[in-house]
Design a protein around this ligand. Structure first.
Ligand SMILES: NC(=O)c1ccc[n+]([C@@H]2O[C@H](COP(=O)([O-])OP(=O)(O)OC[C@H]3O[C@@H](n4cnc5c(N)ncnc54)[C@H](O)[C@@H]3O)[C@@H](O)[C@H]2O)c1
Length: 244
């Protein structure tokens, strides 16, 4: 993992990352820890997650749809400066079915808001930064991902609403909108013609890495972004710039 910022950038700060056991969340947890933050990373599969050398993460197995577990994670913290609710997934075309629709919304939307609202009183004590994870499906509909795109559209609105609501407490709320990022989630696409179409539409002609998203999240969490509030920042290699 490369370093762009001073290694003590987040010294004295505490970060909580959901979905911190894989992909974008894990890369973010590691990146924040590598830059001095004390990081609690929650998610599924915490017992099997391998953390790179030299990074101290407090990894905890927590299902974000379990309210009591979320409450006890927050209660265990003495302070909280940075919150990244990155847990999520998709059920693909099954999302058209009511149960699957609700299942995806409960993780990708309801649990995000629940975690933020539980964390808010602790963050309000000193201020901080919340970085949500939007998506290209915040901009486009998803004919095969109806719940996922509904959730990601709503994440943008939650980001804007809470940016206004929490500003008096010195809490900034922003989002990144990753394009196509190489993680276990993306690996579920095994349709080569679709992969080719996605790559050909991306001006940079490649997928991004989880670390490339983590670096932008770190920027938004840092004082370098001290007047950035309510923004949704695409990290997509230019995918949104093209009409085809
Ligand atoms: N990979 C991409 O191309 C891409 C693009 C845009 C947005 N995103 C978003 O980024 C976020 C992370 O995705 P990723 O690609 O890193 O996926 P991933 O599959 O690598 O990681 C998902 C993480 O979420 C956790 N998780 C899932 N359900 C959970 C639950 N009920 N309780 C607790 N943890 C749970 C998993 O344990 C894992 O840590 C998601 O919100 C996803 O929608 C990903």
């Amino acid at each position: 993992m490369t370093t762009m910022f001073m290694s003590n950038l987040f010294e004295g700060k505490v970060a909580l990352v959901s979905g911190g056991t894989s992909g974008i969340g894990q890369a973010t947890a590691e990146y924040l820890a590598r830059h001095g933050a004390r990081v609690v990373a929650i998610g599924l599969g915490a017992d099997t997650t391998v953390v790179a050398d030299g990074v101290q993460l407090d990894l905890r197995e927590v299902n974000v749809t379990d309210d009591e577990s979320l409450k006890s994670v927050i209660q265990s913290l003495d302070r909280l400066d940075i919150l990244v609710p990155a847990a999520g997934g998709t059920l693909g075309e099954k999302e058209m079915e009511w149960e699957a629709f609700n299942q995806v919304l409960s993780v990708q939307l309801n649990a995000v808001y629940r975690l933020i609202s539980l964390a808010y009183p602790l963050m309000a004590k000193q201020g901080g930064s919340i970085i949500n994870i939007a998506s290209m499906f915040s901009y486009f509909g998803g004919g095969k991902l109806v719940a996922y795109s509904a959730a990601k559209g709503a994440i943008v609105q939650i980001t804007k609403s809470l940016a206004e609501a929490y500003a008096p407490d010195n809490i900034r709320v922003n989002a990144v909108a990753p394009g196509w990022i190489t993680t276990p989630l993306l690996a579920k696409i095994d349709d080569q013609p679709r992969i080719d179409r996605l790559l050909s539409r991306t001006p940079m002609k490649r997928f991004g890495s989880a670390e490339e998203v983590a670096k932008v999240i770190a920027f938004l969490a840092s004082d370098a972004a001290s007047f950035v509030n309510g923004a949704v920042l695409p990290v997509d290699g230019g995918y949104l710039t093209t009409a085809i």
